[in-house]
Design a binder for this molecule. Structure first.
Ligand SMILES: Cc1ncc(COP(=O)(O)O)c(C=O)c1O
Length: 427
């Protein structure tokens, strides 16, 4: 009999493959050489894992734990985008065919799309001048078919969570918070996403913290967590005991794959360490600019519902007319930003009047589900004029962006510059 030959250890990821990641960051040739040397020397760990389950060094699991500790939520599930977080949350709450979900007329279209993908009907509802859902308009839009309210904390601004929570309770509705644009923001001292039944955030490229693509579903409700976990993992394959049968009806069902990769998890952990610094820094400059910029008589600040809980990366001004808003963003006034208001005329997916997929009820197949689903009664009337107040507000609102690296000195010079230009433009 031949002597047994030891089987070589299996290295899934070689140094060269890991170097592709390093290359993303434009590291110099000497830098890359130094990193390659370290990886060659130390990184040859057999069976290193970029998959979150059965991985005792899982960065994704650690990210979930840290997120729970930070935000004060009992359960957190990392997923691969903010959109998938919203879909998993809706499914977890049992939202489906024939159900209506209230959603603001000013949000990124992903909030609406998630509702349609979850087979429910979006009921597009007016915002107020805080840029978030108007509680009175929410109440007006409730029907016997309403199952949930999806509140969105737009541009880092917290919505009126106490009023919305009361409405949800009164009408027995689930309250789902889309915190994609406000990770780490608070309302009355409590983190956004923990006021309602489920919070969902995004870690995509433009968000407060990012993992390239990614998101988080968080809740105190164990059953919602279990169902979100099932849905995000194809068929609940990797539950704590993957071989166990269904513990309770509603745990096992056909799902999708929204699992977050370990590479994104590692980036997320590092980003979490900066969350407070990012929000504290932008909030400070947000307040400084509000103190130092002198608004013309025809303008007012977008007033956050909680000025201490705002994320602070976006400062908004509401003008009395569209013409004055345009004047403010033109070169003369010098106040504008990437996320200018609705008057800029770009086909911007944050404004409901550009949501033609919804207006025309465009769906992936010609059967038109869920809009034409037999469970649906009295579809809302979708049109460019369905939320005139939102359109009016957003056509008169302009924004400027604040970065966490902005300094008080920069802010003072920016404010001075804007003051001069406003004085000229609005004399
Ligand atoms: C309000 C809102 N909801 C949901 C999303 C979707 O997040 P993601 O891009 O991570 O899918 C976004 C992203 O821009 C957003 O701004």
């Amino acid at each position: 009999m031949m002597a047994e030959v030891a089987r070589p250890a299996r290295y899934k990821y070689s140094t060269e493959e890991l170097m592709e990641m390093v290359d993303l960051f434009n590291v110099s040739a000497e830098g890359q050489k130094a990193i390659r040397e370290v990886l060659n020397r130390e990184a040859s760990v057999p069976n290193s894992m970029l998959f979150r389950y059965y991985n005792d060094r899982s960065k994704v699991v650690e990210l979930e734990k840290q997120f729970c500790r930070k935000i004060g939520s009992k359960y957190a599930l990392a997923v691969n985008s903010g959109t998938s977080a919203l879909i998993a949350a809706l499914v977890a709450a049992g939202v489906g065919p024939g159900d209506e979900v209230i959603v603001p007329a000013y949000t990124f279209f992903a909030s609406v799309s998630a509702i349609v993908v979850a087979k429910a009907i979006p009921v597009v509802t007016e915002i107020d001048e805080s840029l978030c859902l108007d509680p009175a308009a929410v109440e007006e839009n409730i029907t016997p078919r309403t199952k949930a309210i999806m509140v969105v904390h737009m541009q880092g601004h917290p919505a009126k969570m106490d009023a919305l929570k009361d409405i949800a309770k009164k009408h027995n509705l689930w309250l789902i918070e889309d915190v994609a644009q406000a990770c780490g923001g608070k309302y009355k001292g409590k983190y956004l996403g923990t006021w309602g039944d489920i919070g969902c955030t995004s870690f995509d490229a433009y968000k407060v913290i990012g993992t390239g693509e990614g998101g988080m579903v968080y809740t105190d409700n164990e059953w919602f967590y279990t169902r979100a976990q099932s849905y995000h993992d194809t068929a609940a394959c990797w539950r704590p005991d993957r071989y166990a049968s269904e513990r309770k009806e509603g745990e096992l069902f056909c799902g999708e794959n929204y699992r977050l990769s370990e590479m994104a998890g590692a980036v997320g952990l590092a980003q979490m360490r900066k969350l407070d610094w990012i929000n504290d820094s932008t909030r400070k400059i947000f307040h400084q600019l509000r103190d130092e910029i002198k608004l013309p008589a025809c303008a007012k600040w977008v007033e956050p519902n909680d000025s201490e809980g705002v994320c602070g990366y976006r400062l908004g001004i509401i003008f009395d007319t569209v013409e004055n808003a345009k004047k403010a963003i033109n070169a003369e006034a010098g106040f504008g930003g990437l996320a200018g208001g609705g008057m800029q005329g770009a086909r911007d997916w944050h404004f409901y009047w550009y949501w033609e997929h919804l207006m025309l009820q465009r769906t992936a197949t010609s059967e038109g589900c869920p809009f034409k689903c037999p469970h649906v009664k009295d579809l809302p009337k979708y049109s460019e004029d369905m939320c005139p107040r939102t359109k009016d507000i957003m056509m008169r609102t302009v924004f400027t962006s604040i970065e966490p690296t902005d300094t008080p000195e920069w802010a003072s010079s920016y404010a001075e510059n804007v003051n001069e230009k406003f004085q000229k433009a609005f004399k």
